[in-house]
Design a protein around this ligand. Structure first.
Ligand code: FES
Length: 155
């Protein structure tokens, strides 16, 4: 079957099997920034933004995405400029192995798009579903809070 989606602002038609998950289709189509971790909805590495919401793409059938607007990490930078969240993660040394970072950035973006002035506790809660086994989360929360506090310009 075919699905029509918009990925990172570009209209796409993907041929999929009825039993394929969105994660596998996106990776097959070249969006390899979408990471496969647990495959069971627990780690958040596969997070993408679907119609404004952060979604674990391993828990969504590709067929359910028909007609959806999808953002992957490949779509976060624009015109060669890193998104402020990406810049802030770099500035704060918030990525170590990096495997969790695409999903964490997209969770943070979806969250800040709906709540641009959260508390630190709300930010911590917003990325609860994105597991990082390297850094213990402090630097990632610092990086997101720097954007919230205007130390990094948010587009
Ligand atoms: Fe989807 Fe872990 S790979 S939540």
């Amino acid at each position: 079957m075919e699905i029509l989606v918009t990925v990172n602002g570009q209209k796409k038609c993907f041929t999929i099997a009825a039993n394929e998950i969105l994660l596998d289709v996106l990776r097959r189509e070249g969006y390899t920034g979408v990471k496969k971790g647990c495959g069971t909805g627990d780690c958040g590495a596969c997070t993408v933004i679907v119609n404004g919401n952060a979604v674990n793409s391993c828990m969504m059938m590709a067929a359910q995405a028909d007609g959806a607007d999808i953002t992957t990490i490949e779509g976060l930078a624009r015109d060669g400029e890193l998104h402020p969240l990406q810049r802030s993660f770099l500035d704060h040394g918030a990525a170590q192995c990096g495997f969790c970072i695409p999903g964490m950035l997209l969770s943070a973006k979806a969250f800040l798009d709906g709540n641009p002035k959260p508390t630190r506790a709300q930010v911590q809660e917003a990325i609860l579903g994105n597991l990082c086994r390297c850094t213990g989360y402090k630097k990632q929360v610092d990086a997101i809070m720097a954007v919230v506090e205007g130390k990094e310009e948010y587009l």
